[in-house]
Write a protein that binds this ligand. Sequence first.
Ligand code: AMP
Length: 286
Amino acid sequence: MINGILRIAVPSKGRLAEPTLTLLRAAGLPIPSDDRRLLVPIPDQNAEILFARTDDIPTLIRDDAADVGVAGSNQLLEHGSDGVEELTRLGFGACSLVLAVPGDSPIVGVHELAGRRIATSHPVVLRSYLAEQGIAAEVVTLTGSIELAPMIGAAEAVCDLVSTGETLRQNGLRPIETILRSEAVLLTAAKRRDAAGVDVLRTAVESVLAARPKRYLMLNAPDGALDAIIALLPGIDAPTVLPLARSDMHAVHAVVDAADLPRLLHPLKEAGASGLLVLPIEHLIP
Ligand code: AMP
C-alpha cells in the first residue's frame, strides 16, 4: 500500500471483467465506466484500480504491484504465486479444468493417457495432477485453440477449462475427468492479509455477496394472526415486530431468501398479512 492507497487489480477484459466491476461498484467503489486509463484513482475510498490481464493478477500481487485483486482460482494455481492467498470466493466465473479426448478415442480413463500427449494452457496444474496420479504423459503447452490439438494431430487429449461443456461437444471431444473446479476469487499477499484496507474491502465485498440472494420483507399483521404469520417466516434471525400507530396491528420485518419468496407470499396473504413490501438488500453482515 503506497501512501495508504489500496491498489486493486481488476481484469481489464475477458469473462471475469464485468462481474468484477459490478461487484466492486456494489461494494462502494465508484469505478467510472468511461475511463480508458489503466490506473484509475478512487480518491473517496483511498483506493486505485489497476486494470490488468487476469492471468497476470496473481503475479502482480506477489510482486507488490497490487495489494488485492480478482482472478480465477485456477489462475492462482497456474501462475504459481508463492505468498498469494485467496481471501474470499466470489460466486462467479465458475468453471472446471477437464481432461478430454476425441469422441472416437479408445481412451476411457486417465491412466490410459500414459505415454500420450495432452494439449493445455494450464501446464502447471496439469503436471501436478499427472505427478499425483503417477501418469507419465507429455504436456504440450499451447496458449489458445486447445480443442483443435487432437484434430490437427498435435495431441491425443486436451486439458481445458469448461463451464457448460458445449465447446468441447462442438469440437467432438468427450470429457474423461475433472481435475479442478475453479471460480473467481479475491486475492491478496499473505503478508497483507490483515492489513486495514484489505480487511475493509473484504468486509464490503463479502457483505454484498451475502446480500445478493436475500430480500427484506415487510408486512403488516393483524394481532390475531401475528403468531401464524411469524411461523411462516424463515428469516436469518427472529423477525422484527414493531407496533403500528393503530392498536390492532404490528409490522413484521424479516430477511428472507429471494428463492423462498414465490412460495411465501401467498400463504402470508392468506394468513392475513397486508401491505407486503419486498426490498433488495445492498449489504448484509450476518
Ligand atoms: P479470460 O480468459 O480473461 O476470459 O478469463 C479466463 C478465466 O475465466 C479462467 O481462468 C477461468 O477462471 C474463468 N472462466 C470461467 N468460465 C470459463 C470457461 N468456460 N472457459 C475459460 N475460462 C473460464
